[in-house]
Design a protein around this ligand. Sequence first.
Ligand SMILES: NC(=O)c1ccc[n+]([C@@H]2O[C@H](COP(=O)([O-])OP(=O)(O)OC[C@H]3O[C@@H](n4cnc5c(N)ncnc54)[C@H](OP(=O)(O)O)[C@@H]3O)[C@@H](O)[C@H]2O)c1
Length: 275
Amino acid sequence: MTIRQLLPTVGERPLTNLYLDHNLRELAWQQARPFVYANFVMSLDGRIAIPHPTKSGFVIPKNVANERDWRLFQELAAQADVILTTGRYLRDWADGRAQEILAVDDPEYADLRAWRADQGLRPQPDLAILSATLDFPIPPILTANGRRVFVFTPANPDPIRAAEIEAAAGRLFETGEGSVSAGKMVQILAELGYQTIYSAAGPKVLHTLLAGQALNRLYLTQVGRLLGGQSFASILEGGLLATAVDTQLTTLYHDPEALDGLGQLLLAYDVVPSK
Ligand SMILES: NC(=O)c1ccc[n+]([C@@H]2O[C@H](COP(=O)([O-])OP(=O)(O)OC[C@H]3O[C@@H](n4cnc5c(N)ncnc54)[C@H](OP(=O)(O)O)[C@@H]3O)[C@@H](O)[C@H]2O)c1
């Protein structure tokens, strides 16, 4: 279970608690505004999703996803007050091909459930869904046990659909023209008391967060496997950013045991605030 830490210092660490020990809730408290972070697992040639073999849409490549990365994903999700996800996630859920983002009912992650309880947090983080189309059902399980669901959509949505979503989900916020404004979304979430905001969404939400200067940290797991293919998603999709976003590597680990010894790099980049 050993991870080789290469940055900021060299050493060896167990996989368990590797990202829990990043203390993201403490970082949010220190900066006195929400700490916003995102995470992707990708192939060495930068694929985070490829076409589904039998259905429409994209999926995370099966030969890139792995249980050691999933453990780290869970540790990041466990530290969240609220998780950002998308209309696509709910459409996948309705189609039976999505799972809970934080797997609190999986005995494998009982320690993370206990950790959240120790922090005074409910088992599940709340959910914030970004969508322009509002074309998704809200499964009742997502609003069970007091979990709050917020929907963020650009200004002037279809009023009937907006009312239906509000009736099923709770609050719907209109922010941005044509595309949700991340700055306003984070401000609203901060006003609602949320301090740690985790994006479990894909490349368009990452673009939204970067364009809105809202992201603090980007976690990447880079699997030592090349996939090729013409059709794929990378970590970032959208127009050229008005200002390039600079980042600095804050931690770097090598996980030699992933994928039966193939190995993967675990990187975390902090966004350098623009001047
Ligand atoms: N490898 C990985 O670690 C990883 C991580 C995350 C996701 N993925 C994969 O990447 C693919 C895409 O994921 P995704 O759909 O969650 O992510 P996405 O590409 O970030 O978001 C797509 C959807 O989110 C909504 N959206 C995003 N930004 C918006 C904005 N600024 N304003 C309004 N709506 C916005 C839209 O929903 P509507 O269509 O409802 O308007 C859009 O269709 C999936 O196949 C997923 O499995 C891989």
